[in-house]
Design a protein around this ligand. Structure first.
Ligand SMILES: Cc1cc2nc3c(=O)[nH]c(=O)nc-3n(C[C@H](O)[C@H](O)[C@H](O)COP(=O)(O)O)c2cc1C
Length: 320
């Protein structure tokens, strides 16, 4: 796998885990790291909350030394507040990169004029990124969605580079698409052609074949994988194996899911972020692709304790 450089950071490969709120907590990210994700991102953090509540908003288990290098993603819409928050996060956690969320389409975020809503204001995007880049010592990156209009998309990408970002991630869906339809690789390809900073392609990468195609088609420096990793952190090993060897990795899917889920539980305990609600949601995700998964999820829905969740997952490969 090729090394990848962002600012002065050299990463062992070019496969990144996407930030996903309520999914990619520290325990989940550590599993993805183990399987080869070279850069992991925190779930998006509100800059306003960091500034207003300071230490109190610092989630337990937000990150840890073992996770290095990691990226912290923030959202907000005020250059000053976002910079103030970034300074607090930088001092507390020393992340390798601080990423600006310019892609979230969730109504709650868009109503606050944050996330993808900012794409409508290139001058504000410039102010946010340049204010951050000028005032913090951590390299800044940004993650965008695209417009139907290629030229508008390129304009935002150029703005982000001109403002001093060290990398850009392009999710090839529009804000209106939310997560429907397909993610287009055309935009990442065009942005890669124009910009000199590293470009990371994101959207619908789900296996070795789609990863290889995305890299070759776009010429991008790296790939970011999101939903395909949910309940299946092993995807990073599968994809890197395919990229290195040009063939699919043979493995026992069901038993892999069971052992990864058990390790997930150990990790949430280790990092002090255990929550029954989260374990239940994750347990259902780990049934993905397993024979009879619908029936297994029904049993998980009825499970009321961690012990019963573990029993269901432990029995899922032999149909018990
Ligand atoms: C449950 C969920 C939560 C997400 N949370 C974030 C987030 O906090 N920040 C962000 O930039 N993108 C977020 N995303 C978008 C993903 O990072 C990614 O861009 C998107 O899912 C497309 O990639 P994929 O097709 O590989 O999933 C989220 C997506 C999902 C499904």
């Amino acid at each position: 796998m090729p090394n990848m450089k962002i600012a002065n950071l050299t990463l062992p490969n070019n496969l990144f885990l996407a930030p996903m709120a309520n999914v990619t907590n520290l325990a989940f990210r550590m599993l993805c790291k183990k399987y080869g994700a070279s850069l992991t991102y925190s779930e998006m953090i509100s800059a306003d909350a960091v500034v207003q509540q300071g230490e109190k908003t610092m989630q337990r288990g937000l990150t840890c030394e073992d996770e290095r290098p990691f990226c912290i993603q923030i959202f907000g819409n005020s250059p000053n507040t976002m910079t103030e928050a970034a300074l607090i996060l930088e001092e507390t956690y020393r992340p390798a990169i601080i990423d600006v969320n310019l892609g979230c389409p969730a109504p709650l975020i868009v109503r606050q004029e944050c996330g993808s809503a900012l794409l409508r204001s290139p001058s504000l995007v410039h102010d946010i990124v340049s204010h951050l880049a000028d005032n913090i010592s951590t390299p800044v990156s940004a993650k965008i969605r695209v417009f139907d209009d290629m030229e508008k998309t390129l304009e935002i990408a150029r703005t982000i580079e001109d403002a001093g970002a060290y990398a850009i991630t392009v999710h090839g869906r529009t804000r209106e698409q939310m997560y429907s339809g397909t993610s287009s690789l055309e935009y990442a390809k065009a942005i890669k052609k124009e910009l000199s900073i590293p470009v990371i392609a994101n959207g619908d990468i789900k296996d070795g074949e789609s990863a290889k195609h995305a890299l070759e088609y776009t010429g991008c420096d790296g790939l970011m994988i999101g939903r395909a990793a949910i309940g299946h952190p092993y995807i990073f090993r599968q994809v890197s194996h395919y990229l290195e060897n040009g063939e699919s990795l043979e493995f026992d899917h069901c038993n892999q899911q069971v052992s990864d889920f058990m390790e997930y539980i150990e990790l949430v305990e280790k990092y002090g972020i255990f929550s029954l609600g989260d374990i239940k949601a994750q347990s259902k995700a780990f049934t993905k692709g397993v024979a009879g998964s619908r029936h297994i999820r029904e049993k998980l829905n009825e499970a009321k304790t961690i012990g019963s969740i573990i029993d269901v997952i432990n029995g899922m490969c032999d149909g018990t």
